[in-house]
Ligand binder design. Sequence first.
Ligand code: GLU
Length: 547
Amino acid sequence: MDHKALAELLFPNVTMTPEEVEAKFPHRNLPEGAVVTRMAPSPTGFVHMGHLVQGLISERMAHQSGGVLFLRIEDTDAKREVPGAVEVLIDSMKYYGIQFDEGATMDGDSGNYGPYRQRQRADIYHVFAKKLVSEGHAYPCFCTEEELSTMREQQEANKETTGYYGKYAMWRDRSMEDIQAQLNAGNPWVLRFRSEGSIENQFKFDDLVKGKLTITENNVDHVLLKSDGIPTYHFAHAVDDQLMRTTHVVRGDEWLPSLPFHIQLFKTLGFKLPKYVHIGPLMKMDGNSKRKLSKRKDPELAMTYYTAEGFPAKAVYEYLMTVLNSNFEDWRRANADAPADTFKFSPKKLNPAGSLFDYAKLVDVSKNVISRMSAEEVYDLLTAWAQEYDPDFGAKLTADPDYAKRILAIGRGGKKPRKDLAVWKDAKPYMGFFYDEYLEVPQFDEKFDKAVVIDVLNRFLEKFDINDDSNVWFEKVKAITTEIGFTTDMKAYKADPTAFPGTVADVSTFLRQAVTGKTNSPDLYTVMQILGHERTVDRIKATIAKL
Ligand code: GLU
């Protein structure tokens, strides 16, 4: 077989040489040890936690080493493409602080190693496809779907491994005449790799997450170019990561089975193999067993879930760090206020089997993160969330920012800040009563006579002075307690509850319910201070009127 002639026959329009293409994308001038990596999503429009994990690992590895993170769009499957998907992805990564240095952007491509969208790279792939054919490493295959499925059935019947290999590789050694005849007939063809590998052979390979792997050589003649001339993932991966000068490939471990072929392909093409970081899946507990997070069963897989619930980006980021690097939590304890990106991230600390996603832990981390924010920051983030997901509440927050910030400042600062909020969705139930329209009618405990409640409220109205400090205020509450025959001695009450009709805690609850509509609220003295004299009095009077 004259391979050069075959290459000319298949790719008559390709005139560039691989060397000429390589010269257009010189090695990057970066410091020793700098990691060049990428995100390479398919534009399906669905952005999920797996993307964020991959983005975060890639971003940390690139930026903490003084390297480059770029975005490549793997749009070879036009059927799955959703308009606007690239924008959605860029937006959500940006929301979590993952910025690309080059690649696909909102308005076209930016950078010297593009184009960064695979469908625009057809010419480039064809240069390397032609090279492989001319060296006898690739050949056209004219098999029809029918022939391929007959082959598969035969293999299954013989209990053999399915696939296009060995004696089943029907077009591997066909003559130029056979090929020419098919081309003349205008029959479609795919380009296949001619594998020289054998499943008898194994070799060692080091993955940055999985560690030492024993790999069996690939013996399948995989497809490199589909019949429309568009490459498969495998071929595009080799060509793109070579020309874009990727040093590390961070990707899901669902690609591990293809790794033997990728290694073989890089070698045959004369490319330098990048380092691989194969990330295990995100799992969750389902009863007593672990399973992968699933798009169908787990709404928390989609990134839209976190924005709608109102998890601050910082909290999700912080949580993922704790999941991905086991030493992050200790570091955080020692560096409470340090920005998360000053932590030294290591791919070696990833769990090779995958990470366990624990929602309760996320909530916990988020409460901590929010409790450490300033009232100002909470206000800004909460308002942005509310304007989108609860516009009515959003309008209330923006109508009087100072008022909202005073509310949000309650219990903030100090060694033990309050942890009332895990997500912005929690804010309305927590603080809504400060807004008259959200105030609920209190339901008093029926074990107390209404007359007693009214009596307490009236006595409080007589004594209430907004200028009292919290001690004086509480002394007055205690005085009322004694006046109505309740006790302020909680110890004595606990020892014998039947000895007293009620306690100072009950009196406080009557007041709390009258003012906030609820049995739980932030510090009542502070609540009254923020509401002011008139509104506090009005609320108590309104409660009395309804009793
Ligand atoms: N397009 C591939 C995917 O979405 C990219 C894998 C990779 O990063 O190489 O799974």
